[in-house]
Design a binder for this molecule. Structure first.
Ligand code: SAH
Length: 470
């Protein structure tokens, strides 16, 4: 099985630096199930292609699988694994290109950080759900997708198509992002689950999915398929994704026989409900200028920018990576001059005073405070409520009481959370902050309400009292 990565970024041979594999060498990497070889079929200044070829040894594969492999015995030896790009290719790719996936590149860091023209070809890809699903999973990430079904037999057209496609992706992306997306999406497209996964599989998914999976419209589907039938793991993964993107419930029930081509979720993901709720409050408040503090990859900003009622929109974050994603999402480089004047994106930490935070009708702190160490939270309060002092501040944060309803969730919803509060704790905090800085405060819930545990997200709406200077 084969996968090729081509760039036309000049000098194209820099691809060798990005992949940490020299274009003039053929290199082999032993895998538990066979051998991965990396070589360059073409390497010129204009165009350079790296190929990853995987030779699967069916006998070793069968041995590396463990006893609980569901296959009947012969299928362990006679299968498509040697010929079709599959989850195995994802696994080999993750290993062979691990440094490239991390986005690190000593001598060419700037290039590693840049989006470059890429073409990825996978000649034979098992694609459960057919070409439509390949389009559906890759297109939201900015790829142009060609997925041509491969006929069962060229000589017998009426036998129809096989379940394999030839996949060609073209786009302008960071190479690390492209590799991470393939690492997750190749196994997700593959029909056979990779059942050798361990408990660290969720961590792997989180690492490879960073910056794109949580906001992918099919994040549920991808997560379920990537983690196979391990419903418990899927739950944990979705709970962690919930922090930047998605929702947990009903992850398991449909894991068994998902109908991939049915319309996506009929339920509205929590992330969307959160965006709608905060958006609605901003409109209710009549805010004209809005700043999204800790805007992350810019999903909510995008909604703000598309609302003409907001004449000025800004976003800031401490993570430059997130800001790059936000800039890309908003097409900041292609904005008209007028739009560009309306929208601002900047780097900053919320625990340090910065005059760029000031002068807005409303500020949003959506799922941000729980990322701040409790001893530093007071600094954030002073910066936002004291110094910037917008007309209104909208804060959302998880309601920890609700966590018991996330089956399989141990600890907090996201490894980076420094705390998660009960409704009482949030009430106490918001009352104290409001009193200290001259705001009135009202609290609402966001998401499906449980009688005993409340809603998954809690929101506080602070409005500045007339005539207060502090
Ligand atoms: N508001 C976004 C992102 C939430 S994730 C959303 O709702 O989708 C939390 C974000 O807060 C991350 O992007 C993180 O980089 C940012 N953040 C955490 N601590 C911060 C700090 N001290 N200053 C600025 N941003 C911070």
């Amino acid at each position: 099985m084969l996968l090729t990565v081509t760039t036309t970024h000049r000098p194209a041979t820099d691809l060798g630096y990005l992949l940490h594999k020299h274009p003039e060498r053929v290199q082999e990497f032993k895998q538990s199930f066979g051998t991965a070889t990396v070589f360059y079929p073409e390497a010129s200044d204009e165009r350079c292609t790296a190929a990853l070829m995987l030779d699967v040894d069916p006998v070793r594969l069968a041995r590396s699988r463990g006893r609980n492999a569901p296959d009947f015995s012969l299928a362990q030896y006679v299968n498509d694994r040697s010929y079709a790009a599959s989850s195995l290719l994802g696994v080999a790719m993750a290993d062979v290109f691990s440094t490239a996936r991390s986005g690190r590149c000593g001598s060419r860091q700037e290039l590693a950080d840049s989006a470059i023209p890429l073409e990825i070809v996978v000649p034979v890809l098992p694609c459960r759900g057919g070409p439509a699903i390949a389009h559906r999973l890759f297109e939201p990430l900015g790829w142009t997708v060609e997925a041509d079904p491969i006929p069962l037999d060229d000589a017998f057209a009426d036998w129809g198509d096989s379940r394999y496609v030839r996949l060609r992706l073209t786009g302008v992306l960071r190479l690390a992002d492209a590799l991470n997306q393939l690492h997750v999406l190749l196994p997700a497209l593959d029909e056979s689950k990779h059942y050798w996964q361990g408990p660290d599989e969720v961590d792997k998914l989180m690492r490879s999915g960073e910056g794109w999976l949580a906001t992918h419209p099919d994040a549920h589907l991808v997560t379920r398929r990537y983690l196979g039938r391990r419903g418990g793991l899927t739950c944990v993964a979705l709970a962690r994704l919930a922090e930047v993107g998605d929702e947990v419930e009903e992850a398991v029930e449909s894991a068994e026989d998902e109908e991939v081509l049915q319309p996506a979720e009929t339920r509205v993901p929590l992330n969307t409900q959160r965006h709608e709720a905060v958006h609605q409050v901003l409109l209710e408040l009549g805010a004209r200028s809005v700043i999204d503090l800790g805007c992350g990859p810019g999903q909510f900003l995008d909604r703000l920018v598309r609302t003409s009622a907001f004449t000025r929109v800004a976003g800031s974050d401490v993570s430059t990576r997130s800001l790059q994603d936000a800039a890309r999402r908003l097409h900041l480089d292609r904005m008209s001059e007028r739009q560009a004047e309306r929208v601002q994106l900047f780097h900053g930490a919320l625990t340090y005073e910065d005059e760029r935070y000031a002068g807005y009708d409303a500020a949003v702190l959506m799922e941000v405070i729980e990322h701040v160490d409790p001893p530093r939270l007071e600094a954030l309060e002073r910066v936002v409520f004291g110094a910037a002092a917008p007309g209104a501040v909208i804060v959302t944060t998880p309601n920890s009481e609700y966590n018991v309803l996330y089956e399989g969730l141990v600890g907090m919803r996201h490894p980076d959370h420094r705390f998660e509060w009960t409704r009482d704790q949030f009430a106490e905090w918001s009352e104290r902050v409001a009193a200290a800085h001259g705001y009135a405060v009202e609290r609402r819930g966001i998401g499906d309400r449980d009688d005993a545990h409340g809603t998954p997200t809690q929101m506080a709406i602070f409005t500045r009292k007339e005539g207060t200077d502090d």
